[in-house]
Design a protein around this ligand. Structure first.
Ligand SMILES: NC(=O)c1ccc[n+]([C@@H]2O[C@H](COP(=O)([O-])OP(=O)(O)OC[C@H]3O[C@@H](n4cnc5c(N)ncnc54)[C@H](OP(=O)(O)O)[C@@H]3O)[C@@H](O)[C@H]2O)c1
Length: 330
C-alpha cells in the first residue's frame, strides 16, 4: 500500500486544498527490469502550478484523477534490475507518492553519503542546476552587478551564492525582513531589500545607484519592469521564472518600459533547465565540489508528511519557504 496525491480539480487562481486528494493505491508485484523505491523526500515547485492548467506548454498538463509528478529522492527497497540494489539512493520524477515502481532508466543514482539527501532536490538538484544554467546562459563574470529577485527561494539563493563565488556584486529582493537577513548573513549578498516594504524601483535604485549589469528574473511583473529601468547599456536578463503571474487567470500586459531593450541594447535569454540535462555531470562536479568544500550552503524549509505536501506547495505562493521547500516522507 502506498499513498499518493492526485489532482482532483484544476485550480482557478491560487490553488486550494480542495483541488487535491490524498488516495491509497496498491502497487503490483515487481516484474523483470523493475525497481521498487520508497521516497524519502519530495519536491514542491512553482512550475507545477502551470501543469495544473489544461494548457499547452513545454510539459503536458497533469491529468485529473491521476497522481501528480515531480522531483523526489528515494531509497531502493527491492530490485529486479542489475543496475540497482536495495539501499541505493536515487532521484526520480515520481514525487507526490510514498512508494513507486520504475524502470532503471527513470532513476538517477546519487551518493548516499552526501547529507542531507534532500540536497538533491535543492542546491545539488533541479533548482541548483537552474541557478547554474542561468548564470552560464549570459556569462555572468567577475565585476558584474547582478540583481536577483525571489532571492531567498531555492533558485535565487543558489544563484546569488554562485554569483558571489564568481566575484560579482550581488543584490537580492525577497518578501520579508527574515529573508533579507538570511541573504546578507548566510548567503553573503552585498545588498538586499524587502520588496514588500516600499516601492520596488525606489528600493532597487537605492541598492544599485550605478545600475545593474545582469537581472536574474524569478518573478516577472513589476520587478522585471524595475530591472529594465535599472539595467545599464548592454545589460543582460536571465528569464528564469515569473511567479508573480502564475495564479493570474488572464495574463497581465507586459512591462510598460520594454523599449529599454532597444535604447540600452539589452539581451534577454529564456531557458528551461530540463533542456540542459546532458550537462548534469558537469553541474554535479562543479556545484557538488563547492557544496562538499563548504563554499555553498543548501538552505531548505522542511515540512513533514505526505498529508502536508499540498500545504507546502500552496505556501510557495505566499513566501512560506526560505531556501528550497521540501517534504520529508518518512
Ligand atoms: N526556467 C527554468 O527551468 C526554471 C526551473 C526552476 C524554477 N524556475 C522558476 O524560478 C522561480 C523560482 O523558483 P523556486 O523553485 O526557486 O521557488 P522559490 O523561490 O523557492 O519559491 C517561490 C518564492 O516566490 C516568491 N513569490 C511568491 N509569489 C510572489 C509574487 N507574487 N511576487 C514576488 N515573489 C513571489 C516567494 O518568496 P518571497 O517571500 O520573496 O515573496 C516564494 O518563497 C520560479 O518562477 C520558477 O518557476 C524556472
Amino acid at each position: 500500500m502506498s499513498r499518493e496525491i492526485r489532482l482532483a480539480s484544476r485550480p482557478k487562481g491560487i490553488p486550494t486544498a480542495d483541488n487535491f486528494v490524498l488516495a491509497q493505491t496498491e502497487l503490483g508485484p515487481l516484474q523483470d527490469q523493475q525497481v521498487l523505491v520508497r521516497n524519502l523526500f519530495m519536491s514542491v515547485d512553482p512550475y507545477m502550478r502551470g501543469r495544473m492548467n489544461d494548457r499547452k506548454s513545454y510539459v503536458p498538463p497533469f491529468e485529473l484523477g491521476k497522481p501528480l509528478a515531480g522531483g523526489a529522492v528515494g531509497e531502493v527497497i527491492e530490485s529486479r534490475a542489475k543496475e540497482f540494489k536495495p539501499g541505493d539512493v536515487v532521484t526520480s520524477n515520481y514525487g507526490w507518492r510514498e512508494y513507486f515502481i520504475a524502470s532503471p532508466k527513470e532513476l538517477h543514482p546519487v551518493n548516499r553519503q552526501t547529507q542531507p539527501l534532500s540536497v538533491y532536490l535543492g542546491a545539488l538538484g533541479m533548482t541548483g542546476m537552474t541557478a547554474w544554467v542561468g548564470l552560464n546562459l549570459v556569462e555572468v563574470k567577475a565585476g558584474d552587478v547582478v540583481f536577483i529577485s525571489g532571492a531567498a527561494g531555492a533558485v535565487g539563493n543558489v544563484a546569488g551564492q554562485l554569483a558571489k563565488l564568481r566575484g560579482c556584486r550581488v543584490i537580492g529582493s525577497a518578501g520579508s525582513a527574515e529573508k533579507v537577513r538570511f541573504l546578507r548573513d548566510e548567503c553573503g549578498f552585498d545588498v538586499d531589500f524587502n520588496y514588500k516594504a516600499g516601492p520596488m524601483l525606489e528600493q532597487l535604485n537605492l541598492a544599485a545607484r550605478d545600475g545593474i549589469d545582469v537581472y536574474f528574473d524569478n518573478v516577472g511583473g513589476e520587478t522585471l519592469e524595475a530591472a529594465l529601468s535599472a539595467l545599464r547599456v548592454h545589460g543582460r536578463i536571465i528569464a528564469c521564472g515569473g511567479i508573480s503571474g502564475y495564479n493570474e487567470e488572464k495574463p497581465r500586459p507586459g512591462p510598460s518600459n520594454l523599449f529599454n531593450m532597444i535604447t540600452k541594447r539589452l539581451t534577454m535569454k529564456g531557458f528551461i533547465v530540463f533542456d540542459w540535462l546532458d550537462r548534469r555531470g558537469q553541474f554535479e562536479k562543479e556545484i557538488g565540489g563547492y557544496f562538499r568544500a563548504g563554499k555553498l550552503k543548501n538552505k531548505e524549509t522542511v515540512v513533514e508528511g505526505i498529508d502536508q505536501a499540498v500545504g507546502a506547495f500552496i505556501g510557495l505562493f505566499d513566501g512560506k519557504n526560505v531556501g528550497k521547500m521540501v517534504v520529508k516522507l518518512t
